[in-house]
Design a protein. Structure first.
Length: 107
């Protein structure tokens, strides 16, 4: 599905030039300049129609029982993050499953 630049081997990106779409690279290569392939505008639209964007909040964090200080809900996502020097303990962050409020757990 992807095409690669023959010069630097990067992925070629589409750019519309008139009624055609030309593939180009940041190194300066353009698919029309060296006898490369040109795609018709209709073909690109068909390929774009096959792609779909999912705008859904998918949370893969673990859930624990802790009370949200904002809404009182008793379930929260949690994760550990190194916020200081490497020789100090990690910080535990909590995020309410109901109102999405985020806070630190210092226990």
């Amino acid at each position: 599905m992807f095409q690669f630049c023959p010069k630097c081997k990067s992925i070629l990106r589409p750019r519309k030039e008139g009624s055609k779409v030309v593939l180009y690279c940041s190194c300066g290569y353009t698919s029309g300049s060296s006898g490369g392939l040109l795609k018709e505008d209709k073909q690109v639209k068909k390929e774009e129609a096959e792609l779909s964007v999912v705008e859904k909040d998918i949370n893969t964090l673990p859930i624990t029982k802790d009370e949200c200080p904002k809404c009182g809900n008793r379930e929260a996502y949690y994760w550990l993050q190194q916020t200081r020097a490497g020789d100090e303990a990690e910080t535990k962050f909590m995020k309410c499953t109901k109102c999405k409020h985020t806070w630190r757990d210092y226990s």
